[in-house]
Design a protein around this ligand. Structure first.
Ligand SMILES: *Cc1c(COP(=O)(O)O)cnc(C)c1O
Length: 388
């Protein structure tokens, strides 16, 4: 029997990371000591208080039922409190906050609520893949906004073509940024809010890394700027903030119509986040600051070990102010990020991600994830000395 994939599935870009995973498995099976700087998944465990909180909530049979579509009121209230303290933004927990099964879930379902076939989403390139994937699955077309170094990896809004703007419904922005590790000033958020209003666009602000930052830099919220809450929704994740990638919990907040649209999609597809996990989410927001005070120091030390180490080898890279990634232009003589990453795996047993895997404007770069110990990072630099 032949089962033909739907056209929309065939339109999805190939997932490069599957290939990297395969290469890693083969090398590991052959006994190589692989240093994996590929995937952005925190190596440290979820803080003990959060695990305890889940354990306690899981024992309460009240939590064994379907959660509310709109999420637990306790979690929503805690999110509202956190937003007020952290960003100075006031949110109505009834209408402006929606718990998610990880922020990826909300980011990729948003187009189903607002995109018709033929509509366009404006997406940064390179980018976190679900902006494109979610748009394509909804029958829309991603329009790429190149992020280039000369423009500090910000999209140039003036260069977006009028034809695309006519059909555009959503603009995705993501600062601090994955994969480029760049940050933006408040002025950029203000420009985006004005631009969105002019062209009637929903701003989807992916703030997954808002809490991972260094050197006293504190990322702001898009919802804080004038017009932000009118035009946008912001997506947060507890995955990177509190080492909870496997738990699948995040949240969207912002304009109530955007939140309501997303909630309607979700109520037709899933039944929300396990209540006990939402209770653990409350604890995560309670302890986030304390946890991040320590964790961000750890990432900062790793960042310094990697960037200082590579700079000493003559590979000049600037230190990022946020995220646990380092985005590096390929050393001279190298052109293809896939060839370079392949060579580094072959000769140094190190996994890094080729920039082109995040989009064509990522070609010429590679991404290092700072999710192994400082000792392993120093070891990686020593190995790279011999091959670059
Ligand atoms: C990791 C990541 C997310 C998704 O995190 P969830 O685990 O789904 O909450 C979203 N955006 C970016 C840019 C990420 O790197």
């Amino acid at each position: 029997m032949e089962f033909k994939l739907s056209d929309r599935l065939n339109l999805l870009p190939p997932y490069l990371f599957v290939e990297i995973d395969k290469a890693k498995r083969i090398a590991t099976a052959e006994g190589h000591d692989i240093i994996d700087l590929g995937i952005g998944d925190p190596d440290e465990p979820t803080p003990r208080e959060i695990v305890d909180s889940l354990y306690k909530a899981a024992q309460d049979s009240k939590n064994h039922h379907y959660p509310l579509d709109q999420g637990s009121s306790i979690f929503r209230e805690r999110i509202a409190g956190w937003y007020r303290e952290r960003f100075g933004v006031i949110l109505d927990p009834e209408k402006e906050i929606l718990p998610l099964i990880g922020s990826k879930e909300g980011i990729s379902h948003l187009p189903l609520a607002f995109i018709n076939p033929g509509d366009v989403s404006l997406v940064p390139d390179p980018c976190y893949p679900p902006y494109k994937g979610g748009t394509i699955l909804a029958g829309g077309t991603p329009y790429l906004m190149p992020l280039i170094e000369e423009n500090n990896f910000l999209p140039d809004l003036k260069r977006i073509e009028k034809q695309a703007l006519k059909k555009a419904k959503i603009i995705y922005i993501n600062y601090p940024n994955n994969p480029t590790a760049s940050v933006c000033e408040k002025g950029f958020f203000e420009d985006v809010a004005i631009f969105a209003k002019k062209y009637n666009l929903i701003v989807a602000s992916d703030a997954a890394y808002s809490e991972v930052s260094f050197d006293n830099y504190r990322p702001a919220s898009f919802l804080k700027v004038e017009g932000g809450k009118e035009m946008g929704a912001e997506f947060h994740s507890l995955s990177k903030t509190c080492n909870m990638t496997g738990w699948r919990v995040g949240f969207a907040c912002g304009n109530e119509k955007i939140i309501a649209g997303l909630a309607k999609v979700k109520s037709n597809i899933d039944s929300g986040v396990f209540n006990a996990v939402q209770m653990a989410g409350v604890t995560a927001l309670d302890i986030a600051d304390k946890h991040l005070g320590r964790m961000n120091k750890v990432y900062q030390e790793r960042r310094d070990a990697l960037v200082d180490g590579l700079n000493k080898l003559g590979w000049v890279i600037t230190k990022p102010k946020a995220t646990f990634y380092v985005w590096a232009r390929l050393p001279k003589k190298h052109k293809s990020s896939i060839d370079f990453a392949g060579m580094v795996l072959d000769k140094a047993d190190i996994i890094i991600t080729p920039g082109v895997g995040f989009g064509e404007s990522g070609e010429g770069y590679v991404r290092f994830a700072l999710t192994v110990s400082k000792e392993r990072i120093i070891e990686a630099v020593n190995r790279l000395k011999k091959v670059i």
